[in-house]
Write a protein that binds this ligand. Structure first.
Ligand SMILES: [Fe+2]
Ligand SMILES: [Fe+2]
Length: 344
């Protein structure tokens, strides 16, 4: 095998790494921040599934994405889904804005309506069905870009079995939440020594993860959100491992700001996408200001200071979807608190 690095390329590759952070700062400065609902709505009229924040569409967001979607009355997402639906090696949350229906996730039924949220456990088969007479309007956010970057994105869809890489391997492989797992697995324990124990733990890791995914909380009903005062203003943690979710990458909070008030200001080393679920306001992102309204989407650049202001007459509610947990697990999370909120 030829070793491709020569002196010239070697220097180029080294400088690519050295330059990256500074180049990335520039890309963050130029990235799109605000996506307006009227434009999203117009596009949803042409196609019922619209990617809004997505690295494949030029967004600078490296770890998660957000899309809007409509499920027409009495139909199901993915019309040919009848038993399995689909499953993927990405974490996903779904937030329902209008309509009502149910989802079957890993064989369990969950009924939902406006303001409810689903956290779909990794690699669990799932289907979503509109049971009502109104269209279901929802957003979903997933760690698709992160898994694609890792080279470990697996999406198995009932409609496209020709692209399955695991589910065709039999009943066990189809039922398990472990990509590539299922069936009888050797526990790997040979001998009684520290290395043998450590290796056996490694072999058992996936089975442990599967159990934790199956124990994870899945559905959050709007009425169960608990808002409490923080430096950033009133916050309800929606999806977080500290409140019963087995999430490793994707976390969700809901912020509430009363009319005329402002949140705290902060910056952090993780991607954040916000959905405005009620009210109107403005956000200052570093040296720029953006006015937003209900159903608009904000993509907050990594490590840029941001602060929200309620400029309307209704409470402002913002669903913040972030990949803080992924950065926690890499040991890279950093959050700087600036000015505190002006209310409690
Ligand atoms: Fe999904
Ligand atoms: Fe933030």
């Amino acid at each position: 095998m030829e070793v491709k690095s020569v002196k010239e390329t070697h220097s180029e590759l080294t400088m690519h790494s050295v330059r990256f952070a500074k180049d990335e700062q520039g890309r963050r400065k130029g990235q799109d921040v605000l996506f307006k609902w009227p434009e999203i709505e117009k596009k949803l009229g042409e196609h019922k599934h619209i990617y809004v924040v997505d690295a494949r569409l030029g967004s600078n967001n490296h770890t998660h994405r957000l899309w809007y979607d409509v499920i027409p009355p009495h139909t199901e997402e993915g019309q040919e889904w009848r038993t399995l639906g689909h499953r993927h090696t990405v974490e996903a949350i779904i937030y329902f804005l209008k309509g009502k229906g149910h989802s079957i996730i890993d064989g369990v039924r969950y009924d939902w309506g406006p303001g409810d949220l689903l956290s779909v456990p990794m690699f669990s088969w799932h289907r979503h069905v509109n049971d009502g007479d109104e269209p279901v309007l929802r957003i979903a956010s997933t760690t698709g870009p992160l898994s694609l970057g890792l080279g470990q994105a697996v999406y198995e869809d009932e409609r496209y079995p020709e692209f399955w890489i695991y589910a065709q391997e039999g009943e066990d492989a189809r039922k398990t939440l472990i990509p590539g797992g299922g069936g009888q697995i050797d526990n790997g324990q040979v001998g009684k020594n520290r290395a043998a124990e450590m290796y056996a733990e490694q072999v058992a890791f996936a089975m442990h993860e599967e159990q934790m995914r199956r124990k994870s909380k899945v559905l959050v009903k709007q009425q169960d959100l608990v808002f409490e005062p923080t430096a950033m203003g009133k916050l309800a943690y929606v999806v977080d491992p500290r409140i019963g979710f087995h999430s490793k990458a994707l976390g969700v909070v809901m912020a509430e700001i009363p009319p005329g008030k402002r949140s705290g200001g902060h910056r952090h080393l993780y991607d954040e996408i916000d959905l405005i679920v009620g009210g109107k306001g403005k956000v200052i992102v570093e040296d720029k200001e953006f006015d937003f309204d209900t159903l608009d989407v904000l993509s907050i650049p990594v490590f840029q200071w941001h602060q929200y202001f309620n400029t309307g007459t209704e409470p402002l509610r913002i669903l913040g979807i972030n990949t803080r947990l992924a950065m926690d697990n890499l040991g890279l999370s950093l959050t700087h608190q600036g000015e505190h909120a002006d209310y409690v």
